[in-house]
Ligand binder design. Structure first.
Ligand code: HEC
Ligand code: HEC
Ligand code: HEC
Ligand code: HEC
Ligand code: HEC
Ligand code: HEC
Ligand code: HEC
Length: 390
């Protein structure tokens, strides 16, 4: 389920869009597409690596950043891709089935592996599953290889809300032309690189997909860049060698608000990534960066009090208690009605609620193809019955 991918040259396309859109849309200021960020010098998430030896893996960071290591290990991001043999939902449901027309889908799991089978009664195809993507907080999709060495994406995905299989998002096919098409979709090599760049670490080295040495899951070096030099420098420093370089690892905490949001958007989809992909409607709520910058709270030029890390610590599992987000709103919003608006508190007080702000102003939106709700990061007054605000 590739998110918001674009195939045309993004910079040129972005410029064309710019001409038509910027005049109409007040909220595109400062945002860039991920392709544009990647073409700038310096580190950016999903950037291909130069040499595998520049990466250490998260274990090497543990020695000096033990707390961050322990917390990050429990996040959904860290656990978002792994060998299909280790899939929890597949082990919990050793026999999963799905039927569409003449086609019968089956994933059977024993202690050692999962076998994916599709039959129409006349022909039967089977393949062992290789990779599982998704925690599954929402769902889990599977990749496998055929004898031709190419990657294929199973036509079926496990959904947490259904507790069984459904069509892989955006891949539903009611009338496949043959059993092969019913079973899977071949994933082009360029897309394989993109999937693994968002769900694993050090997947693409020197332009080549490196399946043997990649690190499954989103780990430290996905967000901080290759760490071998930092580890070596810090070891020197700790041994009293003060000639060691200090600014040798990327810290996105120093970015301006628009770049900070685009930074997470490298995987979660920036405003431009979503626009260029043509995605509209409730599905856009899968991209928090896109929806967030459409909020009135974001203003025209962005605000560091509303970047992703104002509400989420990317080293910690997602907090699901609404009251924990109130502090972020109250950094800008007043608590007494009709209080004067100041640069410190540019937001009005709420006439209705004093706590759990997100429960009313960041509504859950049902995304059909995911069979799940996503949190709308476009902060707003919700009017019952209104159509989805684009
Ligand atoms: C040998 C100890 C050591 C190891 C191993 C280590 N770090 Fe660090 N790290 C430090 C120290 C010490 C600092 C503070 C440096 C300073 O203030 O100049 C630091 C700072 C950082 C910063 C903040 C940098 C800044 O400019 O704000 C980040 C991000 C970071 N480390 C990430 C990592 C990652 C990722 C790894 C694993 C690839 C790692 N560290 C491994 C010791 C270590
Ligand atoms: C290298 C790609 C990548 C980057 C960069 C990235 N994310 Fe994620 N993020 C993911 C993926 C993949 C998932 C889905 C995890 C799953 O399988 O449920 C995810 C899930 C999440 C979740 C929800 C799940 C949870 O429990 O943690 C939050 C919150 C989140 N990301 C916040 C952030 C923030 C904030 C940033 C920027 C500081 C960021 N992400 C940057 C790839 C990324
Ligand atoms: C541009 C980065 C990007 C690419 C490319 C990408 N993903 Fe994701 N994927 C994400 C992020 C971020 C999330 C979490 C937000 C969401 O659910 O949309 C996610 C969510 C998922 C989930 C749901 C996990 C959950 O429980 O939340 C699955 C399954 C998944 N991706 C599989 C894939 C597969 C398979 C591919 C390639 C065919 C792929 N993704 C390509 C970034 C990406
Ligand atoms: C999804 C992206 C993401 C991942 C994965 C990630 N970080 Fe970070 N990290 C950030 C961001 C963003 C900041 C800046 C936070 C801020 O300024 O509020 C940061 C800041 C830091 C800092 C410096 C600031 C501080 O709080 O001390 C250190 C050290 C650090 N991270 C270490 C790690 C280590 C070690 C890992 C792996 C175990 C890791 N990070 C994984 C995004 C990430
Ligand atoms: C003002 C606070 C706030 C900011 C800023 C914010 N989030 Fe969230 N986010 C939330 C809340 C609240 C939830 C819902 C938590 C729950 O499950 O109850 C959430 C949930 C999520 C999820 C889980 C999937 C979902 O839709 O429920 C992801 C992924 C996520 N945020 C990513 C991001 C990213 C990336 C950014 C920056 C563009 C960001 N968030 C900025 C408050 C915020
Ligand atoms: C960076 C400061 C800032 C933060 C953080 C912030 N807001 Fe706002 N918010 C504003 C400003 C300024 C306005 C008025 C914008 C305008 O009228 O153009 C606003 C407007 C609103 C509105 C009215 C929107 C409308 O459609 O008229 C609501 C509701 C709201 N905020 C709720 C929240 C909630 C809930 C949070 C936390 C989840 C939050 N805000 C976080 C600054 C902020
Ligand atoms: C129970 C649901 C609920 C909760 C909780 C809630 N609000 Fe509201 N809020 C509303 C509704 C409904 C309105 C629209 C009221 C109207 O138009 O008369 C509103 C209006 C607002 C406005 C617009 C005020 C104006 O005069 O234009 C802001 C800003 C706001 N809320 C911020 C917040 C903040 C910050 C919190 C948390 C401290 C919060 N809200 C908690 C339901 C809620």
């Amino acid at each position: 389920m590739a998110k918001f991918s674009v195939s045309a040259p993004p910079l040129r396309q972005a410029l064309a869009w710019l001409i038509t859109l910027v005049a109409l849309t007040p909220c595109a200021f400062g945002q860039l597409s991920t392709q544009d960020h990647l073409s700038d010098p310096g580190f950016w998430p999903t950037q291909p690596g130069v040499s595998r030896s520049d990466y250490t893996g998260p274990e090497a960071c543990r020695q000096c950043h033990a707390e961050k290591f322990a917390a990050q290990a429990r996040t959904a991001m860290r656990r978002t891709a792994f060998n299909a043999d280790l899939s929890q939902p597949l082990h919990e449901h050793p026999k999963l089935t799905f039927e569409v027309g003449p086609y019968h889908y089956l994933i059977e799991t024993d202690a050692h592996h999962s076998l994916y089978t599709v039959t129409d009664g006349k022909q039967t195809l089977s393949s062992p599953l290789l990779w599982a993507f998704g925690t599954p907080r929402v769902g889990q999709s599977y990749l496998f290889k055929r004898a031709d060495g190419h990657f294929y994406e199973a036509r079926v995905t496990y959904f947490a809300t259904l507790k069984t299989l459904g069509f892989t998002p955006s891949r539903d096919l009611l009338h496949p032309k043959d059993i092969e098409q019913a079973m899977d979709r071949q994933v082009p090599d360029s897309e394989v690189k993109r999937c693994f760049s968002c769900h694993t670490t050090a997947a693409v080295i020197d332009g080549q997909f490196d399946e043997q040495h990649l690190i499954p899951g989103v780990t430290c070096e996905d967000c901080h860049g290759p760490g071998a030099r930092h580890v070596a420098d810090m070891k020197k420093l700790m041994n009293g060698d003060f000639s060691a370089e200090r600014n040798d690892i990327f810290n996105s905490g120093h970015l301006d608000p628009n770049d900070a949001v685009d930074f997470c958007g490298a995987c979660h989809g920036t405003w431009w990534d979503v626009k260029l992909s043509g995605t509209t409607g409730p599905s856009t709520t899968r991209s928090a960066p896109y929806r967030l910058v459409e909020s009135k709270c974001w203003g025209k030029y962005g605000d560091s009090r509303l970047v992703c890390t104002a509400c989420h610590d990317p080293h910690q599992p997602l907090v699901t208690d609404d009251a924990s987000y109130d502090h972020a709103c109250l950094r800008c919003h007043n608590t007494t009605m009709n209080a004067a608006l100041t640069p410190e508190h540019p937001g009005k007080a709420c006439p209705v609620g004093k706590r759990d702000c997100a429960s009313c102003h960041m509504p859950k939106v049902y995304v059909k193809e995911m069979h799940a709700d996503f949190t709308d990061h476009r902060i707003r007054i919700v009017h019952p019955g209104e159509p989805f605000p684009e």
